[in-house]
Design a protein. Structure first.
Length: 428
C-alpha cells in the first residue's frame, strides 16, 4: 500500500484528512501551491487534463513528459522535495477525440495513457464516459466500464515495462461534471444516488476482472460522484451535507474507495471541511486558482496606473480584452449571453475562461511588463490597501514582502489555504 492509498484509508476510517488537487498549468499557480505545501509540510497533488496535456501537446503545448519536467523545475526553484509530488492525469480517455470513431478515439486514448504512465504520473482518472462519433447515445454504462478497463490494461502494461512494477492508483466514475464549471445558469444539482454509485463500481469491477486486472482493481481508490456542488458564470451551488448522507453511507459497504469531487471551486471553508468529513477525500480545484491570479493581476494593473506614466504602462486589462475578442474560441461558445454582458463574463466569470489566454504571447508580454514596472518602484502601502486589502494586512504583519509576484502568490494562497485547512489541519 503506497502513501496515497494510506491517506485514503485514513479518511475511510473516519479521520478528517484528504488531499486537494491543483488543476492548473500556470507557473505562478503551481509555484504558490508548492510553497503552500512546503509551509504545511505536506505532499501535493498536481493534475493535468487530457485536453491540456497530451501526446500532441494539448492546449498548453506540453506532452506528459514536458509537464512532469515543468513541475519538477518549479519545485526545484522553491526547494520543494520532488518525492512529495503526486502527479495525476485527469479525464484520460476519448474526450479529445470524441468526434472520431470509437476505434480511432480509443487507439489515441491508449497512446495518451502510455505517455502519462511513462512520464511518471501515478494517479490516473479513467474517464470513458463520453460517446464517440459512431456510438449509440447515451453510451451504455457497461461500455464505459469496458473501455476504462481496456485503458487500465494499457497503463498496467506500460508501468511494468518502464518501471518493472505498477503502483498506479486509479479513479473511476461516469458522473463527471463539465470541466471548468457549468456552461449555463444552474439552480440546483442532483447528488449522485447511492444505487448509481454502487452500480458504477460493480460494472467496473466486472470489467477489470474480465481482463484479470485484479491487482489494478485493488488500487482503484476513488469514485467520481456529484456531491451537489457546482458553479456557473455568476453563481455557486454550495454543499448541503444533509443531501449527501445516503451517498456517504455506502463507503463502509465497499472496499478501498473514497469519493473524488470535481468543481469544488468557490465553496466556503466550512464546506471543504464537511466534504472531507463526508468521505469526499479528493477535492479538485482549478478555475478558482486562476480566478485569484486574475484578480491579483488586475489589481496590480489598477495600481500601475497611479505609478507608471501612461506610455509605459502594461495596459494588461486592455490587452486581455483585445486578444480575447480576436481569438474568441475559448470563451464565445460558453458565454451565450447578451452582448452587453459579454465583457463582464470575459473578465470576471467564475468559469474563468480568461485562464486559457495567459500563455498568449501579447498577454504574457503585458504581464511581464506589469511585473517589471512594479518591481522598479516601491508600491505605496495605501495603494495596496485600496486594491489588495488582505495582502496589505499580510505585508503589515510581515508575512509577505511588498513585491508584485509575492502579492499575486499570496492571493492564490488564499485559495490553497482553505483547502489545506480542510485536508490537513482538521485533525491537527
Amino acid at each position: 500500500m503506497n502513501h496515497f492509498q494510506q491517506l485514503m484509508q485514513h479518511n475511510r476510517q473516519g479521520k478528517p484528512t484528504g488531499i486537494y488537487a491543483i488543476c492548473s498549468a500556470h507557473p505562478l499557480v503551481i509555484e504558490a501551491a508548492l510553497e503552500q505545501a512546503k509551509t504545511d509540510n505536506t505532499p501535493i497533488l498536481i493534475e493535468a487534463t487530457a485536453n491540456q496535456v497530451n501526446q500532441f501537446g494539448g492546449y498548453t503545448g506540453m506532452t506528459p513528459q514536458d509537464f512532469y519536467q515543468y513541475v519538477v523545475n518549479i519545485a526545484k526553484s522553491v526547494e520543494f522535495p520532488t518525492q512529495d509530488i503526486f502527479l495525476g492525469g485527469d479525464h484520460l480517455g476519448p474526450v479529445c477525440w470524441k468526434n472520431e470513431s470509437a476505434r480511432s478515439a480509443m487507439e489515441k486514448s491508449a497512446e495518451l495513457i502510455k505517455h502519462y504512465i511513462a512520464a511518471g504520473f501515478k494517479k490516473i482518472h479513467l474517464d470513458c464516459s463520453m460517446p464517440c462519433a459512431d456510438d449509440t447515445v447515451p453510451l451504455a454504462n457497461e461500455t464505459i466500464a469496458q473501455r476504462a478497463a481496456e485503458l487500465c490494461a494499457v497503463a498496467e502494461h506500460t508501468a511494468q515495462e518502464v518501471f518493472g512494477q505498477s503502483d498506479i492508483v486509479y479513479i473511476i466514475g461516469t458522473e463527471v461534471p463539465p470541466p471548468g464549471g457549468a456552461d449555463h445558469q444552474i439552480e440546483s444539482i442532483e447528488v449522485t444516488s447511492p444505487d448509481d454509485a454502487k452500480q458504477t463500481l460493480l460494472e467496473h469491477q466486472h470489467a477489470f476482472h474480465a481482463r484479470r486486472l485484479y491487482s489494478a482493481w485493488s488500487r482503484v481508490i476513488g469514485l467520481v460522484v456529484q456531491p451537489g456542488v457546482e458553479f456557473d458564470h455568476t453563481s455557486i451551488i454550495d454543499y448541503q451535507p444533509h443531501k449527501a448522507q445516503a451517498l456517504k453511507a455506502i463507503i463502509p459497504q465497499v472496499d478501498n474507495i473514497v469519493f473524488e469531487a470535481h468543481s469544488t471551486d468557490y465553496q466556503t471553508p466550512e464546506s471543504y471541511q464537511q466534504l472531507i468529513q463526508d468521505h469526499f477525500a479528493i477535492l479538485k480545484v482549478g478555475p478558482q486558482l486562476t480566478f485569484a491570479l486574475r484578480e491579483a493581476l488586475f489589481a496590480l494593473s489598477n495600481i500601475e496606473t497611479y505609478l507608471i506614466e501612461a506610455p509605459f504602462q502594461s495596459n494588461l486589462k486592455a490587452v486581455c480584452e483585445k486578444q480575447m475578442l480576436e481569438q474568441p474560441g475559448h470563451w464565445q461558445p460558453f458565454y451565450q449571453v447578451d452582448s452587453t454582458l459579454q465583457p463582464l463574463y470575459r473578465q470576471f466569470s467564475y468559469s474563468d475562461r480568461i485562464r486559457y489566454y495567459w500563455p498568449n504571447k501579447q498577454i504574457n508580454q503585458a504581464t511581464e511588463r506589469l511585473f517589471t514596472n512594479l518591481e522598479n518602484v516601491t508600491i505605496p502601502l495605501p495603494l495596496i490597501s485600496q486594491f489588495m486589502p488582505e495582502q496589505y494586512q499580510a505585508i503589515r504583519s510581515g508575512v509577505i514582502t511588498n513585491s508584485p509576484r509575492a502579492l499575486v502568490k499570496a492571493k492564490i494562497k488564499q485559495v490553497t489555504q482553505s483547502y489545506a485547512q480542510a485536508c490537513w489541519k482538521q485533525s491537527a
